[in-house]
Design a protein around this ligand. Structure first.
Ligand code: 4AD
Length: 432
């Protein structure tokens, strides 16, 4: 009878026993009498030791034939080994080859980014890329845990939509039979409807922006978490956001130490990410930037260098609040005493990783909302339903959107968002 497979992650509960794992050869060293097989199975990495004098000839031969990324089953005895990354070693007694991989294109030497991106389907197997995906999965788990534990319902907004949410300049157009449709830019408007039905809701789904920007922070397709809360004002929403982001970061620190180590992340920069977060108004941010020699005037939006300069003043994520009404989305509620600014905030990650959250209190007054629709020339059939939300039992409400990939980039300490998602969609890149 075949032995049941054990994963590398489970080896710790099999010390001294003989187990069988399904794995790939990541790397190999040989001293002539001993072969050291670096094996990986997705759950971790372990060294398999094949001693010529201790194994049958065919096992030694099989090990000798192995090339990078060959697939096999390995049987061996689990030994504790403090020096190895997994903490264990396998004393190999049998090796059953599934396939010998010929000419695996990604070798341990350095490759250019374009080459790696063309081979993303294989690049994902590397220890660094695996670590990023493990952290991403943990962030998603922490997000769901936070909202589940805080009384939110998960609601799924549509992906094909008849209208825009964040402006019309970066919509992906498609035909919906005889009608025009767009891939969603944000589920927010639908989440507002859901909040009026369920109180506190959040969505987690793909988002599309046909942005012709080739920066290290922009993806064409990214994943967004969008909570929306009835009877919650701007200030209360900020309190939720800082608790939420702290929870996510601390959860990764608890569960992904090894992955952060693989990525060379300085965890001291994450350990202090605990609520409350500092706040700075847009007005004060403009003054600060001018003081530091930036050519920026009140009324202009911030670019990446501005955000980085502001972030450098703090060692935690910082909220920039109360942006000018004219540069923000149509649905944001004006400040009651200063209608030229809105009750909104962007959360800027430390160390130059840029904006990770955009959020606001929403306009709840039906007259003002109708005015905004006229000003923004949105007054067509596609939004009729949205105005109903202000007509039938309108209430104060707030929400925000966290970009998953920018959050992964920050927590993992990655320069570019292309490594934060399994198959990135970037400007001019749709392959693989
Ligand atoms: O600031 P944004 O555009 O906000 C909204 O879409 C709101 N409707 C959200 C809401 O209130 N429900 O986007 C929110 C976040 C940004 O802070 C950023 O993290 C991420 O989404 N994001 C992007 N991430 C990667 N690539 C892009 N092109 C992104 N655009 C926005």
């Amino acid at each position: 009878m075949r032995m049941e497979l054990v994963t590398i992650r489970e080896l710790k509960s099999h010390v001294g026993k003989t187990v069988r794992i399904g794995c790939w050869l990541y790397n190999k060293r040989s001293s002539g009498k001993i072969q050291f097989l670096q094996l990986r199975d997705g759950t971790g990495f372990v060294q398999g030791v094949v001693v010529k004098s201790e194994v049958p000839e065919d096992v030694w031969e099989a090990a000798s034939r192995l090339t990078q990324e060959s697939s096999l089953y390995v049987t061996g005895t689990v030994r504790e080994d403090a020096r190895s990354q997994s903490g264990f070693e396998l004393n190999v007694t049998a090796a059953d080859i599934i396939q010998i991989a010929v000419d695996y294109p990604i070798t341990p030497k350095e490759h250019g980014v374009d080459f790696l991106m063309d081979h993303r389907h294989l690049w994902l197997r590397s220890p660094r890329q695996r670590a990023v995906m493990v952290v991403r999965a943990q962030i998603i788990r922490a997000v769901q845990q936070f909202f589940d534990d805080n009384g939110f319902y998960l609601v799924d907004p549509p992906i094909l939509t008849p209208s825009s949410c964040e402006g019309t300049t970066n919509l992906f157009h498609t035909k919906y039979f005889d009608e025009d449709a767009y891939l969603t830019q944000s589920g927010q408007l639908y989440m507002e409807a859901a909040a009026m039905a369920l109180g506190k809701v959040y969505s987690f789904g793909p988002t599309f922006r046909a942005e012709k920007s080739k920066t290290r922070r922009h993806l064409i397709e990214f994943w967004m978490i969008e909570p929306e809360m009835a009877f919650v004002d701007h200030e209360q929403s900020l309190a939720v956001q800082e608790k939420f982001v702290s929870h996510v970061v601390q959860s990764v620190l608890t569960h992904c130490r090894r992955e952060l180590e693989t990525l060379g992340r300085d965890v001291s920069k994450l350990e202090n990410v605990l609520a409350p977060f500092p706040r700075i108004t847009y007005d004060d941010a403009i003054a600060l930037l001018k003081e530091r020699g930036h050519a920026i005037e009140w009324g202009e939006d911030f670019g990446a260098p501005h955000e980085t300069e502001i972030a450098q003043q703090f060692d935690k994520p910082v909220f920039i609040t109360h942006y000018p009404t004219a540069i923000k989305a149509f649905y944001m509620k004006p400040h009651p005493d200063r209608p030229e600014v809105v009750l909104c905030a962007d959360l800027i990650a430390p160390e130059g990783y840029g904006e990770i959250i955009g959020g606001s209190e929403r306009i709840d007054d039906p007259e003002l909302m109708a005015d905004r629709f006229r000003e923004h020339e949105l007054g067509d059939e596609a939004y009729k339903w949205y105005l109903d939300l202000r007509r039938y039992g309108t209430v104060p409400h707030s929400g925000f959107g966290l970009g998953l990939e920018r959050t992964v980039a920050w927590i993992c300490g990655l320069d570019h968002v292309r490594e934060t998602i399994p198959f990135p969609r970037l400007l001019y890149r749709l392959y693989p």
